[in-house]
Design a protein. Structure first.
Lengths: 255, 350
């Protein structure tokens, strides 16, 4: 018994020593490197300008003037891919980015296996399962004002504001819906522009994304506020969602 | 005899299974009058089985307290129980449509509450898809309880009694909306009505129904049971039952799906306790069951979405005066006295 025990201790010691020594090596792809984190920074812009709530007037591709009083959206199910096709999926993760809350614009994804990642993808919105699972917490708590009370489901992207072109002067774009034919769940993979994310313990590569509000109103569907100034799910939400697939672009990466 | 290893193992498993079952079904401790095993033929498998929200006596009691507490409304004037009254099988006898804070009027008739765990969706248009998020709608609707959810949660967290009660059930440091909704789901989920004379008759008690009611049951099975499927007395479908020919006032299910085929369709309501839940229809337009039957015999209006089972040269359901009388008598047999008198469902006394 005693002999077995000491043998076990020796084995453990060797394992630890090898773990320790490997983490000192330079190669981040070594399997024994410890997991690290990645930060995603969401920088909301309007065209070339920074988004400023309330005080700044902007112009859409259609030439409509508008101001933004609220801009919030869900990012979920983040996936990091390697060149060899393997992926790390962050399960059960939901982030609510809110222009009025600076802290919400920097998202840290922890415990990503060490390695070099060449792609990033995520869902704009909330997967259908969580739209039908009852009371949720955290980013998905209905207290955040992103859950429709009369037609269960999350608002995926919410923009409110004003426009002189709008018939009632207001802009209320509540985009959501997870059921056919008005499904607005969109999975996007903004290009990393050939750069790599080097993930390992002690480092936190940071991806700066620019999120262009104008892309909600341009692209496959040019939105005229005189014709469409409010959506609450439904077919008009799909028009906006088909535009905002191009809303997220990687500006640069810090490794 | 000393038990063998295998016997011990078996005993262990019997004990373990017993414990697990006990943990999942403490209904006995909560509501001793209710025993679902008596009428399994009536009820399918429930949709909501307390997954992630284990039913406990403390959870049920907390949900009951919340159901009757106006703390959930904007001005502290209205509770869930203000409109869902037990003596009316948790419907509202006095009003066609709900009366909220500042006496604001809603647009739809307060539905009766019973057997909610079997509902695949909720409200007249089926817009809400899960029992736990049902209270979100009346709590925040400006013409009902009119509250801000965040404000409600902050108020609950300021109340030491609630902090202790929630902690006892959910073992978390502070109260959040998920705990509020899950506690309410435990109370709402246990509002089970399945002990009416009809159920007793089905379980072999021949004299539970009168001769006229037995005749009414036959009429019901022949002419009403397609939509009001016995057991839960609804098939949970959405149908246009010919109340109107145009739907500008309330588009019903269309409001949710935006499908033109859903214009003017509303959920088929359960008929359990129907004799107690006047007024009737989504807008409470009929005050008596006689009026309801008169509608089905001679009042059905044609439109593009009228339900096929009611459509025809003479739309509606053909019923003789005798059949109507028998039906009305049978509908009384769906009144579950033990449900409306169950003290565990009543407002808790301080």
């Amino acid at each position: 018994m005693k002999f077995l025990f000491s043998k076990y201790i020796a084995f453990l010691a060797i394992t630890f020593i090898s773990l320790f020594s490997s983490s000192c090596k330079e190669d981040p792809d070594t399997e024994l490197s410890l997991p690290g984190s990645v930060k995603l920074e969401f920088d909301n812009i309007v065209g070339e300008d920074a988004l400023v709530l309330d005080d700044q007037e902007y112009t859409t591709a259609n030439g409509d003037q508008f101001r933004v009083s609220m801009f919030k959206y869900y990012i979920s199910n983040i996936v990091f891919g390697k060149a060899d096709g393997t992926e790390y999926k962050e399960l059960e993760s939901y982030y609510l980015v809110d222009e009025s809350k600076p802290d919400s614009k920097l998202v840290t994804i922890p415990n990503i296996p060490a390695g070099e990642y060449t792609s990033l993808s995520f869902t704009i919105g909330v997967d259908s399962a969580r739209n039908v699972s009852g009371a949720q917490t955290g980013a998905l708590d209905p207290v955040n004002g992103m859950f429709w009370t009369w037609n269960s489901g999350y608002v995926f992207v919410k923009l409110e504001g004003t426009s002189p072109q709008s018939q009632n002067g207001g802009l209320v774009f509540h985009v959501g819906g997870f059921k056919h034919p008005n499904n607005t769940i969109r999975v996007v993979s903004p290009s990393l522009n050939g750069q790599k994310l080097r993930v390992e313990a002690g480092k936190a590569p940071q991806v700066h994304l620019k999120v262009n509000v104008l892309d909600m109103f341009q692209g496959v569907n040019t939105i005229k506020f005189s014709e469409l100034s409010a959506t609450m799910g439904g077919a008009n939400s799909v028009k906006i969602a088909d535009n905002y697939v191009n809303m997220f672009k990687v500006d640069h990466i810090h490794n | 005899m000393v038990p063998t290893c295998l016997q011990r193992f078996r005993n262990f498993w019997l004990l373990a299974v017993g414990l697990i079952l006990g943990a999942c079904h403490p209904d006995a401790a909560v509501a001793p009058e209710i025993n679902l095993s008596v009428h399994p033929i009536n009820f399918p498998k429930p949709v909501y089985s307390y997954q992630n929200n284990p039913l406990t006596p403390a959870g049920f009691a907390l949900g009951r307290k919340l159901f009757y507490d106006p703390i959930l409304s904007k001005d502290g004037s209205i509770s869930c129980g203000s409109c869902h009254k037990q003596f009316a099988a948790f419907a509202d006898l006095e009003h066609k449509v709900s009366h909220g804070i500042d006496d604001k009027l809603g647009t739809r008739n307060t539905p009766a509450l019973a057997n909610l765990r079997w509902n695949p969706d909720f409200f007249w248009d089926g817009g809400v898809n899960h029992l736990e998020v049902v209270p979100l709608s009346p709590i925040t609707n400006p013409v009902e309880m009119g509250a801000d959810l965040g404000q409600v949660i902050r108020q609950l967290n300021r109340d030491p009694n609630y902090v202790v009660a929630f902690n006892k059930v959910f073992h978390q440091d502070s109260i959040n909306s998920q705990q509020l909704f899950r506690a309410l789901a435990q109370f709402m989920g246990e509002l089970i009505s399945a002990n009416a004379p009809y159920d007793k008759y089905l379980n072999g008690q021949q004299d539970a129904l009168t001769a006229e009611q037995k005749q009414g049951l036959l009429v019901f099975e022949a002419k009403c049971s397609t939509c009001h499927k016995p057991g839960l007395f609804t098939d949970f479908s959405f149908r246009n039952n010919g109340l109107d020919a145009t739907f500008t006032k309330d588009q019903g299910r269309y409001h949710i799906t935006e499908a033109p085929t859903d214009l003017g369709k509303f959920k088929v309501p359960s008929l359990r306790n129907v004799a107690l839940t006047a007024p009737y229809m989504h807008d409470g337009r009929f005050w008596t069951l006689e009026q309801v039957l008169a509608h089905y015999t001679t009042g059905v209006k044609k439109s593009a979405t009228l339900d096929p089972v009611l459509d025809g040269d003479l739309p509606g359901i053909a019923l003789s005066e005798t059949e109507k009388k028998q039906l009305l008598s049978f509908l009384e047999a769906l009144t579950d006295e033990s449900f409306i008198q169950n003290k565990q469902f009543a407002e808790p006394q301080p």
